[in-house]
Structures are given as structure tokens and as C-alpha cells.
Design a protein. Structure first.
Length: 463
């Protein structure tokens, strides 16, 4: 079997959509299940490198390591749950085309063995995201999509600057070759390349100060689209950025800068969430806050800390998928996503789902988020990064305020509407909630995988 299938199968499915209009929901589930089984079959066959030969410098390579395979499995699992959720209703057909395109592009991003390949899938993912943002087909959605496209174009320009600078100075776009020769080029050119990569990927990875646009995009988009943005898209950009950063052996000063950017992003995002009155904005700021923590942890170059970050990526993806799909159920009932929703609905099941999601994001036991943050904080303690630990803990108190405020609103007296949830969404939400609890009680298996991923990420071209 070839790693190319992770890109080719969903791409082919997108192009064949017009011929199978009546079966799209089921085809989408079948494709994601097939890709997940395929990904699992590669576990004992790593590492794998495959080439598609063109004239230099455009030869394309796909590299499957335990790190890239981890993200392939995560993304296909999330997309499988998402496609199962969509079985309940008559979702628009273009949603199925776009979700397949999104899965193909993020798979290509994490598999890319050359920076030209990364750029191609960077663009495909971007275009897909712009269209997904506009799916609501109202003024706010179109405005958000146009704004997203303009800002995304700026990111693309900076990525192209980095790629051109690399090729002009090294003569290759292969990431291993770049890794081996990067130290030999002029320091000023190195700085230009690293800065351009940070701006290009930083915009897409939604890190401060390049994330000023993100929350408005979340508010303009549908909850299902936001679930994919938060659970899949941002994670792909974060992984690829740090993968390239470690391949380039960036110095400790730059990594320290990323950690500082991370804690600032965490603080500003959580403080902004505190004053938000729309659930989409609350969840968006929460995502930005978690991305800040990821930047902190991934910047330390330490296996223990980074393994905690990888664990957090998995937990956050599951949790945000669960929360946004729960919010989708409420919006279908009430027609809005204001925080007042928690005073309007009556559903013990949904309250439990929200509580599990909120408490896991806070990092409280016995949920998976506790293990993720404990692993990160323990790793930081071993590095004597006590100031960073203190910052994370203090800012987490702000996060706790708005999550507990929402849970408190759910207990307020007043007239409420009962929510009837279809069986399939209820099963899927329960499955995600159970997985969050399970990973909090029995984390060893996933932690072992995360340590392997962290080792590969830090090892860069030597793996």
C-alpha cells in the first residue's frame, strides 16, 4: 500500500461526488473508515518515504513517520466521527466535497517531505477553508470568507518568500537537504526564512499577534465548520511549522520567543473569552488559548514537555469536536449561539457533555486534559521553568471563571425548552465524552505514542 492513498482517495472522492449525489453521506463514512484502517495498517511499517519524480526542484516526496502517522490517524478519526454525525440530516452536498478536500490537504501537509509539496497542500487547505467559511451563504459568512482569503493570501506570500529564499541559497526544496545545509547559509538569510515561515504558518496556526482575525471567522462560520477548523486544520499547521522549525535546527532564542508568544496568546485569549457573550466566540478564544499552551510546550525541545503537547492536541481535537457539535444541536433548536443558551435549554445529557468538555479543557481530573497539562507542567518543572508554570496556572484560573459561569447558568431557574437529541448524535457525543474520561484514567498507551512522536519531531531529519 502507498502513502499516496491518504491524499488520492479523498481527492478522487471529491471529484466523483456529482455521480453519487444520493449516497454521499454513506460514501463519506466509508472513505474515512477505509483511510483509518489503512493508516492503522502502517503502524509496523515505519518509516516510509515515497517519491513522485519530476524535473528538479519539483520532485515530490511523502514521508510517513510515527509523527505524521499520528496526525493522519487523528485527522481521519475526527473526520469519521464528523461524517457519522452528518448521517442524521440532509447536509449540503458541497460539504462532503469540501470535507474530503480538507482531509486530503491536511494529510498532504503532514506527509510532505519537500517544502514545495507543503506549499501546494497549504494552498489547497486554505482555499477549502475559505469556501467552508462561506457555506452559510449570508452576508456575515461571505464577509468572513473574503477577510479570511485576504489574510490567508498574506500568509501564502510569506511562505513563498521563505521557499524562494531557501531555493536560491540551497538549490533544493527537499526538507532533509534543507536541514543539512541550512546552517551554511548567511545568518541574515536564515533570519528572513525563519521569520517568513513564522508569519506564514503563524497566521494559519492562529497564534498571537497574527490571530486577530480568527474569532470573527469562527462567528461567521457554522458550528460544524468550526469543529473542523479547531479539531483538524489548526493542528495540521502547528505540526508542520514545528516540524520544519526543528528540521532547520532553529536556535534557542527563537524557541524562547515562541514560548513567550505562546503565554501571551494564552493570556489574551482567555481574558477575551471572559467578556464574550457568544458561544462561538467563547469556544474560538478557548481554542486560541490552547494553541498558546501548545506553542509554549512545543518550543522547549524537551521530549517530556512535547509529549504532553501531543497528548493535548489529541484531547483538544476530540473535545472541541464534541463541544461544537453540541452547540450545533442547540443552535438548530434556538437559532442563535449566545451564552444565554445555557439558561434556555433543558437536557441533562448535554449539560454532562458540556461539563466533561469544559473540565477537560481546564485540565481537571479525571479527564484527559488533566493528564495533558500535568505532563506539560511536570516537564517544565524538570527544566526549572517555574515562571512559565506560574503563568499557565494563573491564566487557567481565568479560563475556569468563564467555564464555571456557563455551567452555573445551566442551573439558573427559569423557563426552559426540552432538547430532543437523535440517537446517532447522542451515541457519538457519548463516545467522545467516554474517550475523554478513558484517556484521563488510562493514559499510558497514548502517552507512550506521544513520547515517540515527540522524539521524532525533535529528531527532525535524523529520523
Amino acid at each position: 500500500m502507498s502513502t499516496l492513498y491518504f491524499v488520492l482517495i479523498p481527492l478522487l472522492a471529491s471529484f466523483l461526488t456529482p455521480f453519487f449525489k444520493d449516497y454521499l453521506k454513506y460514501i463519506s463514512v466509508a472513505i474515512n473508515l477505509t483511510l483509518l484502517i489503512l493508516a492503522l495498517s502502517f503502524i509496523d511499517k515505519l518509516p516510509i518515504t515515497e517519491y513522485i519524480s519530476f524535473d528538479s526542484p519539483l520532485s515530490i516526496s511523502f514521508v510517513l513517520t510515527d509523527a505524521s502517522l499520528f496526525f493522519i490517524i487523528l485527522f481521519t478519526s475526527i473526520m469519521l466521527l464528523f461524517s457519522l454525525y452528518n448521517l442524521q440530516d440532509k447536509s449540503r452536498k458541497d460539504m462532503f466535497i469540501l470535507t474530503n478536500m480538507l482531509l486530503a490537504s491536511v494529510s498532504g501537509l503532514v506527509l510532505g517531505g519537500d517544502i514545495f509539496n507543503v506549499y501546494i497542500f497549504f494552498e489547497i487547505a486554505s482555499i477549502t477553508a475559505y469556501i467552508l467559511t462561506s457555506l452559510h451563504r449570508d452576508k456575515k459568512a461571505y464577509s468572513g470568507a473574503i477577510r479570511y482569503m485576504i489574510i490567508g493570501s498574506i500568509a501564502s506570500i510569506f511562505l513563498l518568500i521563505a521557499i524562494m529564499s531557501i531555493y536560491l541559497n540551497i538549490g533544493s526544496l527537499n526538507l532533509v537537504t534543507i536541514s543539512n545545509q541550512f546552517a551554511s547559509i548567511d545568518k541574515n538569510i536564515q533570519f528572513l526564512i525563519i521569520l517568513s515561515l513564522f508569519i506564514g504558518f503563524g497566521i494559519k496556526a492562529e497564534i498571537f499577534p497574527l490571530n486577530f482575525w480568527v474569532v470573527d471567522i469562527y462567528q461567521a462560520s457554522g458550528n460544524r465548520v468550526n469543529a473542523l477548523f479547531s479539531s483538524i486544520l489548526s493542528k495540521a499547521y502547528i505540526f508542520v511549522f514545528f516540524h520544519i522549525a526543528y528540521l532547520l535546527h532553529v536556535d534557542s532564542k527563537f524557541l524562547g520567543f515562541l514560548a513567550v508568544i505562546g503565554i501571551i496568546s494564552f493570556a489574551i485569549s482567555e481574558l477575551s473569552a471572559l467578556s464574550s457573550t457568544n458561544m462561538k466566540r467563547v469556544f474560538a478564544y478557548s481554542t486560541l488559548g490552547q494553541i498558546g499552551i501548545l506553542f509554549i510546550a512545543l518550543s522547549y525541545g524537551n521530549v517530556a514537555v512535547i509529549s504532553g503537547a501531543i497528548f493535548l492536541i489529541a484531547l483538544h481535537s476530540i473535545t472541541k469536536l464534541m463541544l461544537f457539535l453540541s452547540l450545533d444541536i442547540l443552535e438548530q433548536k434556538f437559532g442563535h449561539t449566545k451564552t444565554e443558551l445555557f439558561k434556555q435549554f433543558s437536557s441533562p445529557f448535554l449539560i454532562i457533555i458540556f461539563a466533561i468538555g469544559f473540565l477537560s479543557l481546564l485540565g481537571l481530573p479525571p479527564f484527559g486534559g488533566f493528564i495533558a497539562k500535568l505532563t506539560i507542567l511536570t516537564g517544565l518543572a524538570s527544566l526549572q521553568a517555574y515562571l512559565m508554570i506560574g503563568g499557565i496556572l494563573v491564566i487557567s484560573l481565568v479560563e475556569a471563571v468563564y467555564f464555571f459561569r456557563l455551567l452555573g447558568m445551566s442551573r439558573a431557574e427559569g423557563e426552559r425548552s426540552t432538547i430532543e437529541i437523535k440517537l446517532l448524535p447522542k451515541i457519538l457525543l457519548a463516545l467522545m465524552a467516554i474517550s475523554i474520561i478513558y484517556l484521563g484514567l488510562f493514559p499510558d498507551g497514548l502517552l507512550s505514542v506521544c513520547e515517540s512522536v515527540a522524539t521524532t519531531l525533535i529528531g527532525g531529519a535524523n529520523v
